[in-house]
Design a protein around this ligand. Structure first.
Ligand SMILES: [Zn+2]
Ligand SMILES: [Zn+2]
Length: 562
């Protein structure tokens, strides 16, 4: 048999795959997972390739079955298949670039920076690259920025859909329990398909009803206990009907994540327990624990019940074992929205009055009207302030905050003069223009402005459309603490910006965040729920979110204006 690849070679391939994925600005969770796996491979003393061949590599922390399979591919065909494919999709220059890691020399770490470096003709200073390479890199990047990852959908599209199906199935007399499961239950920002788990007195009745729902355009599979259908919108739903006595075990199993479940199983083995999707077996006595209740499964294993949003094997099991899980923020805790638009913005879909009606219907105590500054020039800001004044009487229960979403220029200045800012109750400042050669500095400078209360959608990403700008989030968090500026979790389905891991870093640094809808229509006011979901994935409690407070409390917490 040929010599096995060394751990460093295996790690290099996994890392290159992560780099190429990151360059595309997609699937950041996988990027992080691959990097973690590569680091683990490097640290391991035995041959990881050998372990993979024996099916034991997945016993290493951070290495799951998928990565083990990739390592086997390296042994068998010399390269990870996905890597071969990814490399084919970009010009060889980009691969060379990533491989040689000369990009680090230039301080280039993301697509945006690579683009700027190519545009400013800095790449040609590197050995082996010329003007042609710059051109090819720019062409490749332009293409990739446009193509969304095939087969993935936004949480915002899936959540109402899966809820609708769950509600429809629950109505059936045969249904005992029905729940969403999978990544959508964990509120991951994108999903491939929508999983539903149910138990029933007559399983076939559920699968039959499911396959015949009126918006189903394709039934990919249909049995007595399982069915897969595709909706009109191209969303794929998987329904499994499971035995009622194991519903809790199966719901836990099919909610994932895989990393969470693997870690939980490994921990159970050390305690003489064996977990399968149907039950927990005491290895010594052969007793099997089954439960219809998912919480009971966690409790049997010695954990606090773990909210689905935390199940990513990022410390939740340890915290649950110690009984130290945070009590996560909930939608009902939110007292007001601090980033919204109306007809005053050309892209707003409803009048100010309609938006305020929506806000009042949601039971908010306060609501900031923050139309785009570029639509409020030439007296329009004053005119809007007058309209807000007029509307106050219509909504006595709702404190209307006159605000603005100002643009942060590349210099770091905001595009609204201070005398205007001084008239307003609430100021969001955001970057809207790209490209961006100093993405961090311009935000840091905007935070120095005494009127800027909150930075909007910090990284500017649009999931599947536009990668995040290369903002040094840690530096921004530090400056936010120093200046008293807030950061938001923007709830627009394709933004979710800050994303979960950044929200968690902010919390850990001691920063409180705003959850906002950035609604441009009444319907979109509900996006605040997606912001709350990201906040929960970032381990945030009610106390970590400022707009769970009354306006009076919030006002005291924010930056002093002078
Ligand atoms: Zn914006
Ligand atoms: Zn906005």
């Amino acid at each position: 048999m040929a010599e096995l690849p060394r751990n460093s070679d295996v790690a290099d391939q996994i890392e290159l795959l992560a780099d190429l994925l990151e360059l595309e600005g997609k699937d950041t969770f996988r990027v992080v997972a691959y990097r973690r796996a590569a680091a683990r491979v490097r640290e391991t003393s035995g041959s990881v390739a050998q372990f993979a061949l024996e099916g034991r590599a997945k016993e290493l922390q951070g290495i799951g079955k998928t990565i083990e399979e990739k390592i086997v591919q390296i042994v068998e065909i010399g390269e990870i298949e996905a890597l071969t494919k990814k490399k084919a999709g970009v010009p060889p220059e980009v691969v060379l670039f990533m491989k040689a890691r000369i990009w680090r020399e230039l301080g280039v770490e993301t697509l945006d920076e690579l683009k700027v470096a190519a545009e400013s003709e800095r790449l040609r200073t590197l050995a082996g690259l010329g003007a042609k390479s710059e051109e090819k890199i720019l062409a490749a990047l332009a293409y990739q920025a446009e193509s969304p990852e095939p087969g993935r959908h936004l949480l915002g599209a899936g959540l109402p859909a899966v809820r609708g199906v769950v509600a429809a199935l629950r109505e059936l007399p045969a249904a005992i329990a029905v729940s969403e499961a999978g990544s959508v239950r964990r509120r991951k920002e994108t999903f491939r398909d929508l999983d539903i788990i149910a138990s029933a007195t007559e399983p076939a009745e559920l699968t039959e009803h499911f396959a015949n729902l009126k918006w189903v355009v394709d039934v990919a599979a249909h049995g007595d206990t399982k069915a897969t259908v595709v909706s009109r919108d191209g969303l794929r739903f998987d329904l499994r009907v499971v035995p009622p006595e194991s519903f809790g075990n199966l719901l836990q199993h099919f909610t994932g994540s895989k990393d969470h479940n693997v870690a939980m199983r490994e921990e159970a083995v050390r305690r003489g327990l064996s977990i399968s999707e149907y039950g927990v077996t005491n290895v010594e006595t052969d007793d099997v624990f089954r439960s219809a209740d998912e919480d009971a499964v966690y409790e049997f294993l010695g954990y606090q019940p773990i909210p689905p949003e935390l199940r990513e094997n990022s410390g939740e099991l340890e915290a649950a074992r110690r009984g130290e899980l945070p009590k996560l923020v909930e939608l009902k805790d939110v007292r007001g929205d601090l980033h919204t638009h109306s007809h005053w913005s050309a892209d707003g879909k409803n009048t100010l009055e309609e938006m305020l009606e929506g806000a009042a219907a949601r039971g908010y105590e306060y609501y900031a009207v923050t139309d785009h500054s570029h639509y409020l020039r030439e007296g329009r800001l004053q005119a809007q302030l007058e309209e807000i004044e007029r509307l106050r009487g219509r909504f006595p229960q709702l404190r209307i905050l006159a605000g603005v979403e100002a643009n942060i220029r590349s210099s770091g200045e905001v595009d609204v003069p201070e005398e205007d800012l001084a008239l307003l109750d609430w100021v969001v400042a955001s970057v809207h223009q790209a490209p961006d050669s100093r993405p961090t500095e311009r935000v840091l400078e905007a935070m120095q402005n005494p009127y800027v209360d909150c930075i909007g959608h910090l990284t500017g990403r649009r999931i599947g459309k536009r990668p995040p700008r290369d903002v040094d989030v840690e530096r921004v968090i530090a400056a936010a603490l120093e200046t008293g500026t807030l950061l938001e979790i923007n709830g627009q389905p394709d933004r979710l910006d800050l994303r979960d891991v950044h929200a968690r870093s902010a919390k850990e640094a001691g920063l409180r965040l705003v959850v906002s809808s950035d609604a441009h229509s009444i319907r979109a006011q509900s996006y605040v729920e997606l912001a709350v979901a990201q906040a929960r994935r970032g381990w945030l409690t009610k106390g970590d979110v400022v707009n769970t407070r009354t306006w009076k409390q919030l006002d005291k917490l924010r930056k002093k204006r002078r």
